[in-house]
Design a protein around this ligand. Structure first.
Ligand code: MD6
Ligand code: FE
Length: 157
């Protein structure tokens, strides 16, 4: 039993399956990443859930944590999490322990796709320092995105 087992919309109906475009984006991103990784193996993954979080100047960060809500099989196999950033940039902090002095960071900007899987599946990670000046809605006119950062994480339960 995982946290994702009970899935329903606010009206009690079944949620729709993931759009095909999300699945192929995740699979292609993992293949691209693998092609740059030489001998180190990144398992392939077919996502069946998308977690969406929106960060604004009010709700502006996610504290250090590990992603452990998927099945024990998915976690044991190190199936990757594929994270897509849209909108304002934020700093992704990560490390193999919770020691603040040992953390690395990378700036995630709109359009970036970040993957952690294989041996890195259990990294501690979080996001902070939303830069609300880094993105203007005109850059994505077809979206209704207000100022902030939309993050989509694709996973296989
Ligand atoms: C990010 N997101 O926003 C990283 N974890 O780049 C996460 O670490 C995350 O968005 C668990 C559940 C949802 C998330
Ligand atoms: Fe996470």
């Amino acid at each position: 039993m995982t946290k994702y087992e009970k899935r329903f919309r606010s009206d009690g109906s079944e949620p729709p399956p993931l759009p095909y475009e999300f699945i192929s984006l995740a699979e292609n991103a993992i293949q691209d990443a693998q092609s740059h990784m030489g001998e180190v193996e990144l398992p392939s993954m077919c996502p069946d859930i998308c977690v969406a979080n929106f960060y604004s100047s009010i709700l502006g960060q996610l504290n250090l944590h590990q992603d452990c809500d998927e099945s024990s099989d998915s976690l044991k196999r190190g199936l990757p999490v594929v994270s897509i950033s849209i909108g304002s940039s934020m700093k992704f902090v990560y490390g193999h322990s919770e020691d603040e002095n040992e953390l690395d960071d990378v700036l995630l900007e709109t359009g970036d796709v970040l993957i952690f899987g294989g041996k890195s599946r259990h990294i501690f990670h979080g996001v902070k320092e939303l830069n609300s000046h880094s993105y203007h809605r005109q850059e994505l006119p077809e979206s209704k995105l207000t100022s902030g950062r939309l993050n989509l994480t694709l996973r296989q339960i």
